[in-house]
Structures are given as C-alpha cells and as structure tokens.
Design a protein around this ligand. Sequence first.
Ligand code: AMP
Ligand code: GLY
Length: 427
Amino acid sequence: MRVLVLGSGGREHALAWAIARSPLVDEVICAPGNGGIAGDFRVLPLDLSDHVAVLELVKREGVQLVVIGPEDPLVAGLADSLGEAGVAVFGPSAEAAQLEGSKRFAKEFMERHGIPTAAHRAFCDAASAESYVRELAGPCVVKADGLAAGKGVAVCAKTAEALSAIREMMQERRFGDSGDSVVIEERLVGDEVSYYAICDGERFVCLAAAQDHKRALDGDLGENTGGMGAYSPTPVVDAELEREIVEQVVRPTVDGMRSEGRPFRGVLYVGLMISDGKPYVIEFNVRFGDPETQVLMFRMESDLMPLLLGAAEGRLPEGEVGLDFGPPAVCVAMASEGYPRSYEKGREITGLAEVAELPDVKVFHAGTRREGNRIETAGGRVLGVTARAVTIADATSRAYDAVERIHFDGAQFRSDIAKRALAETAS
Ligand code: AMP
Ligand code: GLY
C-alpha cells in the first residue's frame, strides 16, 4: 500500500516511521513534511486547507490511505472531503472533530453522557462571564471556545486574572472568533495524563497512557507550550485506573458520539486530570498528541496499520486486542531560543549523524528544514529526541545522552523530563 501522512511536525514524523515498519506498506509519502521527514521519506509540498489540491495529490500518487495529523484540517472537514471522494482516511469528520473544535460542545456532550469533568458554564457575552467569575470568587479556568493552537486556556488563581483572560478573549479578540464564546470551569488539581484509543465509530482499541510536560521550564514553571517532552508508560495510571478511564470516559464517548449521529473515527486523545485517584476529562483531542506520539510509536511493537485501516474502514476487531507495547520510552523536545514566544529560524543543527548511530534512539524532527546538506531550525519545537530502554531511568539517560550530542545556537530543553516517573520508581 501507499500511505500519505499529512502534517509537518514531530507527531507526523513518528507516525510515518511507525507506518513504514508495517509489512502492509510499500511506501509512505508525507506532505508537507519537514527537514527530517524528508531524510526518511518522500515529501511533497501541499497546502492542507486546499482540499482539491489534497485530493489531486491522492489521485496522482495512487494513495490508498490518508492519515491526517493535525486538528485544523480535521475541524475544517478534510476527512469529509476525502471520504466523499471515496478515499480511505484516518481521522474524524468535521462534526465528530467538534469534540476538540468546540470546548462548549465537548463540555455539554460530557454532561449529556455523564462523563466526569470539571463543572462549567458557557458564556457568549463578556458581562455575564465577568459576573460569574466574581460570584465564584476563587480559582477557575477560562477557555476560549474554539481552536487557539493550545493557547486559549487561562488557569487562574484569582478573580482578577480570570477577568483579564475574559477581556483578552472576548473584547480584545486575541484568538479571533475562537473567543466569541468562553467556557468557565472549576479548577482541578492532580496529575495530568493523556490516554489514547483508536476508534472506528462503534468499536475502539486502547493504545496506552503517556505523560506530557506542557510548561516551558523545569519544575513545571514558565509558559504553556505545545509540549516539552513526554514519557510512557506512566506510574500514575495503573490497571485499575485504566479500566476506569475506559469505562467512564472512552466507552461513553464512543457510544455517545454514535448515538448523536456523529460517529467518531480516528484517534481519541483524552486529556485527563487524575484527582484523588479519579479521572476527570480536561479536554478531548481528535488527533494524536505531540510529543506523546513520539514515545507511543517508539514503544509500540504491534503493527499500527491494521488499526489505522480498521478505523478508516469501520472494521476494528471486536473485544480486547492485545497490543504489544515494548519497554518505556522518553522524548525530550529541543526548542528554539525564545519559544513559546518569538524565535529566530535558520540556525544550523549539528550532531544528528552521530546520534543516528546510537541504538534505541530516534530523533523525530519538528521545526527543521534542509538547505543543501545542512539541516537548520525552522520552528519553535525543533527536535523530539526519543529513546527506549528496559527501565524508564535508562531510557531517560539515553535520551539526554543524545541531546548532549546535538547542537544548535540557543537550543533549550527541559532537564527534568520523566522525573516524576523516576521518583515513583525509586520510592
Ligand atoms: P487544554 O488546552 O484544555 O488542554 O488546557 C491547557 C492546560 O490547562 C491543561 O493541560 C491543564 O494543565 C490546564 N487546565 C485546563 N483545564 C483545567 C481545569 N479544569 N483545571 C485545572 N487545569 C486545567
Ligand atoms: N501534547 C499536547 C498536544 O498534543 O496537544
């Protein structure tokens, strides 16, 4: 088969890498890809918002399965356009993508189906939103309803912070139309984890849990980012908690979406807060996480393709599927100086060839480009340096050993990825 992976991040590099290992696959093509993806696969230029161009490429290249990486094209209906043209596609319809595309839809859906989540209220006008946070008079979370590249959430300790978040979203329109309505919810405390299941509209196959590190600096300080590192599995989720996540969240979500006439096909990524040992949904995403995918794919021994095809064609197997996940994996993101704010591009990256020789290490590229023989920075998050080993401690030191051998001016990375897991395993 010939498979097309759409997107240009570390997530897409990891997906393409996993797909290419399948005996079912002859060739993986990526569009638009990045400098590192271009080193491993054929890449083609493409504007993902141009559905006609995507379809033309699919026909011209004889692609048999399209895997859509990021959320924007899903919310914009790319899976619908391809599906209507008879193309097999991994990724939900626009209607099903509302689980991520509208926080308000997601919250009301969870209420309708009894899925545990923080109490919330939704507002379309700033004055009512403001009087509600005054009433709460304490910690809360203010969220822009629509997509905001992961930045439309303000976790507020005090009323004044919540008031300024409302102003920024609704009056100053920092996120454009995405802030026309806001959701205000109770602030949860606990451990955050990500959980993944591949769904075909009716059935689902569970992958695994992972933990992301969203803040820019060590000790979970600094600004929120797309994710500075991840590891899997996580000691936060044991077998009992995993069962609860599946029965209280994944199953009612898949059943609820089907019963509401918007069956969910694709990967359901549940962002959870584990509070007093119980799972609460913070958010749904309708695509793979980045950088969680890097560790999940590096761990997974089973063939990913039957799952992607099963979801695309509505024929995942019934009942438990014993997927084979290998030993732990850790991913450390190396980012440009200044990220998540403004940063320069075009800095040369060295050390990649040396690291490519290391066993059980893979560098998934995010914001990189190729200029002749040289690889240079081209984005905020630049590389996802990923390693696996028999223990999480060994995987972590292997990843950091590789990070130390890679250089670009101003490179920043966290030095405490997987520390939480290391502390638990030591105790
Ligand atoms: P989201 O974009 O919804 O994932 O939110 C971004 C981050 O805000 C999450 O990863 C959490 O760290 C935090 N967050 C979101 N909702 C809540 C909540 N109800 N309570 C506490 N923290 C939250
Ligand atoms: N790692 C967070 C995300 O992919 O949204």
